[in-house]
Design a binder for this molecule. Structure first.
Ligand code: MTE
Ligand code: MO
Length: 213
């Protein structure tokens, strides 16, 4: 579909009228792929997911055990700093909030930031209150199907805007790490990969916190 097709324009106008299109963004009906470096292979026999750092007890799940964690569905609008937005994206996976609520993860009281660690050393950081909000998910599925390799299979962080939830901070989509392998809870903030490259640490979509230079 071309970016100028009339359906897309109409959807974009509707979204804007509903107050769901942040400044400087355009609606896309595609799902662009954006990342640095190659797509990592997945081997379920060696894959694991870990929680570590400022937690009462570090946790580790292999691929099989990870499937047993409580699951959640989440519908959001996602906003990429490169100015495309995608409405009503459907995700499924594990809610960090729920893992904490159920005592499966116990952050220490002094834990204030969460760093997503991905394959090949990619990282991205969030304040703990953003990582524990309803609009952040450890996603295994998109649109009812397992993630495709280029979108982060088997696991990625995902973050976006839930219509009506203006109370939640909404950050650009780069704050969702593809090929996610662990979460490090931290007392101090540490910049992730794109944040070190000059992307804005806060990344609020409504105030266009895109870059710092
Ligand atoms: N591991 C990894 N995750 C990443 C990135 C990356 O370079 N490596 N780029 C981020 C950026 S800049 C964006 S915009 C989104 C894009 O996700 P998509 O390719 O599924 O659209 O992934 C984010 N997650
Ligand atoms: Mo991006």
């Amino acid at each position: 579909m071309s970016q100028n097709n009339p359906d897309r324009r109409q959807q974009e106008d509707e979204l804007r009228q509903e107050g769901r299109l942040p400044p400087g963004q355009a609606l896309t009906v595609k799902f662009p792929v954006l990342h640095y470096g190659p797509i990592p292979p997945f081997d379920p026999s060696t894959w694991d997911f870990r929680i570590w750092g400022e937690v009462e007890k570090e946790r580790r799940w292999d691929w099989e055990a990870f499937q047993e964690l409580p699951r959640t569905k989440l519908r959001m609008d996602i906003h990429c700093v490169t100015r495309w937005s995608k409405a009503d994206t459907e995700w499924e996976g594990v809610s960090l909030r729920q893992l904490v609520d159920q005592g499966i993860i116990l952050p220490k009281p002094e834990a204030s930031f969460v760093l997503q660690h991905c394959e090949y050393g990619f990282t991205t950081n969030l304040p703990i209150e953003v990582a524990l909000a309803d609009n952040f998910l450890l996603a295994t599925h998109y649109d009812g199907k397992p993630l495709t390799p280029e979108h982060g299979y088997p696991l990625r962080g995902t973050v976006g805007f839930i219509p009506g939830r203006e109370d939640l901070k909404t950050v650009y989509f780069w704050k969702g790490g593809k090929w996610l392998r662990s979460l490090e809870f931290m007392t101090q903030d540490r910049l992730g990969f794109w944040e070190q490259a000059g992307y804005h640490n806060e990344a609020d979509v409504w105030s266009e916190q895109r870059t710092v230079r």
